[in-house]
Design a protein. Structure first.
Length: 240
């Protein structure tokens, strides 16, 4: 197969947008809390940089036909984030740029045939052609997690559409989740979620633009924009 050109271009655009946000940060902000519990912005930035290297590992494995894991171990992944989180903003920014260039170099080194090779992942193997989409998701979600001026309303439309499909599929038959009826007011599409079988209660109806639905389903908002009181919303099962 040929290189996933459109996804690679979108990944580059997401990375460029993130860099613009980080370039505007004040030095002290890197040590302040992010939107992720227990993580500072330094943790988030370090994770984004190490993810670029981890995904480059997958591509290198696909190219050489010798599967390479994203990280040596879960412990090594966590230790790298914790250690890197303490660095000042200038170092974080330099790392973000350098790791992004390494990821780009890994994509450019891929022969067409290698994009169809399967790469390992904790949720199951997938074709290397899906790596750019994984990178987009990491950058877009964690750009919001930095808690700066970038919000779900800034997410690219193609990313929102793809994630809405993925997240609603994930929760379609989720055990113990009360029945939900989600309407995407951008398109009119309706999604039925939850497997609370035997319940006589009608599904909870939620209507909002796609980005607001994705923000709630991915844990990036409390659901205040979904048209019902926040306290009426169910607790979603863990994503991982």
């Amino acid at each position: 197969m040929t290189a996933p050109t459109q996804a690679l271009e979108a990944a580059a655009e997401s990375a460029a947008s993130l860099l613009r946000s980080v370039e505007q940060m004040r030095p002290e902000q890197v040590f302040e809390a992010s939107a992720l519990p227990g993580w500072t912005r330094g943790h988030v930035l370090t994770h984004i940089s190490r993810n670029a290297d981890a995904l480059a590992n997958l591509l290198r494995g696909a190219r050489t036909s010798q599967p390479i894991p994203m990280y040596p171990s879960p412990e090594a992944r966590d230790r790298g984030i914790q250690d890197g989180a303490k660095r000042p903003l200038a170092e974080q920014l330099a790392d973000l740029r350098a790791s992004g260039l390494r990821f780009t170099a890994a994509t450019e080194a891929m022969p067409d045939a290698a994009w169809s090779a399967e790469v390992p992942h904790r949720s199951g193997p997938f074709p290397a052609s899906g790596v750019p989409l994984k990178r987009i998701s990491e950058v877009e979600y964690h750009h919001v997690d930095l808690g700066l001026d970038y919000t779900p309303a800034h997410w690219p439309a193609e990313f929102v559409a793809r994630e809405l499909g993925s997240l609603t599929a994930r929760y379609r038959d989720a055990a113990g989740l009360a029945a939900l009826r989600l309407e995407d007011t951008d398109t009119g599409a309706v999604y039925e979620l939850g497997s609370d079988a035997g319940s006589a209660r009608p599904p909870l109806e939620l209507a909002a633009p796609a980005a607001a639905l994705v923000a709630w389903l991915s844990g990036r908002s409390d659901g205040a924009a979904l048209g019902v009181p926040v306290e009426a919303l169910p607790v979603l099962p863990p994503m991982s």
